[in-house]
Design a protein around this ligand. Structure first.
Ligand code: 8DG
Ligand code: CA
Ligand code: CA
Length: 334
């Protein structure tokens, strides 16, 4: 994934709070590695992002779900002083700075970043002199550090989409290829290219599960035509890599998922996001007795054990079944 960012600015009257809460969340995830606190800050940011009015005091925020004492005090501090002392301190801290920098390299997670910092590596220059400590994914991530942080204009993704569709349909015209993520949500630029592929012959039941080489064949085809230039990782259903449309353009991050036909709509919904939209929709599903993930929607029995996957024939089906108002992809930008 591209690195997590604050909830979208659009229609968000509490954007500045979301921004500092997301930064605190990132700090907890990357530096303290406290996933509990990370989730608490992320949840608070998501709540404020979708709140229809501007929050005027910590006290007002307190009434909202997921806003506890620590967070409403921070909102007050921010409203009164225009900043947060905790973040000011973090910005001054050399170890935090180094960990934040290193985790921006694709493939380097918080634990790896901490290890590198412990062994004295704090800059990209130092990192490039110690590539023996890195995996293939991390070496490629470092090589394209600048390129991978550049946003991809929508028009470029449109061209890439056309080529992906042309090339893959040469293998078999029955593949469905959809670019998801921020592109499907109508954004004018994206961090990477999230491609979802399915085919009616591949379903999740045992007999049709044998799609081991399908993604490999697709990736080979895209390499042969010059589109895919790097592989970060390749499994049966998930490819992470890079592509390049023209020599003069940057190398772009490309993710491909190959998903069973019967799970296509849950995957489409998940892979379209946004991340925060997904969290809210999954929470709503749970309140209505369903568990929703990137593969299936399943009812929860009285004991809380998920039942058989519900048959889904469209993205809208999922909304209808959990009784959530339908939102078009462009309205999922939270
Ligand atoms: P961007 O690339 O333009 O920055 O935004 P994006 O397309 O929304 O983000 P992404 O990081 O590429 O993720 C694509 C979708 O995957 C995202 O919109 C929702 C879904 N997703 C989650 N949670 C997670 C997660 O933890 N990791 C990844 N890789 N994807 C996630 O809902
Ligand atoms: Ca992605
Ligand atoms: Ca994306």
């Amino acid at each position: 994934m591209s690195k997590r960012k604050a909830p979208s600015h659009e229609n968000n009257l509490n954007y500045d709070f979301c921004e500092f809460l997301t930064e605190l969340a990132e700090y907890e995830k990357n530096v303290s590695r406290n996933m509990y606190k990370y989730k608490a800050y992320s949840k608070a940011a998501a709540t404020l992002a979708s709140h229809p009015t501007r929050i005027k005091s910590g006290n007002e925020a307190k009434a909202l779900p997921g806003i506890g004492e620590k967070i409403f005090k921070k909102i007050d501090e921010f409203l009164q002083t225009g900043k947060l002392q905790k973040l000011e301190n973090i910005h001054q801290d050399k170890t935090s700075q180094a960990i934040n920098l290193l985790t921006r390299v694709s493939g380097i997670g918080p634990a790896k970043a901490q290890k590198l910092v412990d062994s004295g590596i704090k800059t990209l220059d130092q990192l490039s002199k110690h590539q023996n400590l890195l995996s293939h994914h991390q070496i490629v991530g470092l090589k394209y550090f600048d390129d991978f942080e550049k946003k991809i204009p929508r028009t470029e993704i449109e061209e890439i989409e056309k080529i992906l569709k042309e090339e893959i349909s040469k293998l078999d015209s029955r593949y469905t290829i959809t670019i998801c993520g921020s592109y499907r949500r109508g954004k004018s630029e994206s961090g990477d290219i999230d491609t979802l592929i399915t085919h009616p012959d591949y379903t999740s039941d045992k007999i049709n599960k044998k799609h081991k080489f399908v993604l490999q064949i697709i990736v080979d085809r895209l390499k042969d035509c010059g589109m895919i230039t790097e592989t970060l990782s390749l499994g049966d259903t998930k490819f992470m890599g890079a592509c390049k449309l023209k020599p003069a353009l940057p190398t772009r991050r490309l993710d491909i998922r190959f998903q069973p036909y019967d799970q296509y709509f849950c995957s489409l919904l998940y892979f379209t996001g946004s991340d925060i939209f997904n969290q809210q929709m999954r929470a709503h599903a749970l309140e209505n007795g369903f568990t929703l993930n990137e593969y299936t929607l399943r009812p929860l029995g009285t004991t809380g054990v998920p039942g058989e996957a519900v048959e889904i024939t469209s993205e809208k089906d999922i909304f209808d079944i959990i009784d959530y108002p339908y939102k078009k992809p462009v309205d999922r930008n939270i």
